[in-house]
Design a binder for this molecule. Structure first.
Ligand code: B12
Length: 255
């Protein structure tokens, strides 16, 4: 017979269950411990724009590249927000404040880079019709600009016909689309069909929480990208190897 007092275990279990974690405590567990990233991630979670900028300022003073900080610090904070929202620990108003702080951070990072690379080509970016989730698209646009592409940013909730008209007007080497809602992602298929009808064969790089590789592969021009950092890689690939969709899928899709 094993000599364990079950009441001891139950008491400990109860204590743990009864102790409600505050959102701040839950977030604290998720922040990275790195002293540069920690204050930025925390400020994103708290929706404190000034603290986000202050943290970024310090990180840049210590030698960090402003554009890398978008992915390495701001996104880290946004992941904490997303996780706790999905778990029901925080609610929409918190998320909106964090989203604004994130966008302020992206703008600050962009303003701090003095590099003006030679334009390598044009890319049109947009968020699907009916969808206001533009954080991912803003990261995509910022990374493309940082990599030297001339970005025509159509914004969020962009009507299908407006996207098609922009492709006709700008003649970009690539179009990007972001969709975070299962109700809005079908706009990509409509854009694809209208472009095909008009004879355009440009790669249509799609990403965002709602879509996946299987969905994007269903329409002729679609190339799926999981991370924002894939967008400049795709544009570079097109410049180097041409705009063949099959080759792009071979390179960027998981097999
Ligand atoms: C922030 C947020 C908001 C903010 C958006 C602020 C803003 N300016 O964007 C606010 C509060 C406004 C909001 C509103 C709503 N939201 Co919301 N929101 C979120 C949340 C918590 C995080 C989304 C986010 O910003 N993620 C971080 C970014 C960086 O991720 P991302 O865009 O996917 O981008 C990454 C990759 O996908 C990739 N990527 C993106 N695009 C591209 C493109 C290319 C080419 C490439 C290569 C890569 C790439 O790069 C990024 C990372 O590197 C999600 C939860 C979740 N799990 O996603 C819900 C979520 C998206 N929202 C949801 C909903 C339902 C809503 C509302 C309808 C809520 C309501 N009841 O009013 C409204 C939508 C109104 C509308 N018409 O759009 C649902 C969507 C459900 C669904 N599957 O359809 C989600 C999934 C929450 C949930 N679990 O229910 N939301």
């Amino acid at each position: 017979m094993i000599d364990i007092d079950p009441s001891d275990i139950l008491v400990r279990y109860n204590v743990k269950m009864e102790k409600e974690m505050t959102p701040e405590e839950a977030a604290e567990d998720l922040y990275p411990k790195d002293s540069t990233v920690y204050p930025i991630a925390k400020a994103i979670f708290e929706g404190e724009e000034d603290d986000v900028v202050e943290g970024l300022e310090k990180a840049i003073d210590s030698g960090k590249d402003p554009i890398s900080l978008i992915d390495e610090a701001l996104m880290v904070g946004m992941r904490v927000v997303t996780k706790l929202y999905d778990e029901g620990v925080i609610f929409l108003p918190n998320v909106m404040m964090s989203a604004d702080a994130m966008l302020a951070g992206i703008e600050y990072c962009k303003s701090q880079t003095s590099e003006v690379p030679e334009p390598k080509g044009k890319v049109v970016c947009h968020v699907a019709e009916g969808d206001v989730h533009d954080i991912g698209k803003n990261i995509v646009a910022a990374l493309l600009r940082a990599a030297g592409y001339d970005v025509v940013d159509l914004g969020r909730d962009v009507p299908v016909d407006e996207v098609v008209a922009a492709v006709e007007k700008e003649n970009p080497l690539m179009l990007t689309g972001t969709a975070l809602m299962t109700t809005t992602m079908y706009a990509f298929k409509e854009i694809n069909d209208k472009l095909m009808e008009k004879g355009y064969r440009i790669p249509f790089a799609c990403g965002g929480g709602a879509v996946n590789q299987d969905f994007v592969s269903q329409y002729d021009l679609g190339v799926y990208g999981e991370e924002a950092a894939d967008a400049p890689k795709m544009a570079d690939f097109i410049k180097e190897h041409g705009d063949n969709i099959v080759k792009l899928r071979e390179q960027f899709h998981r097999h």
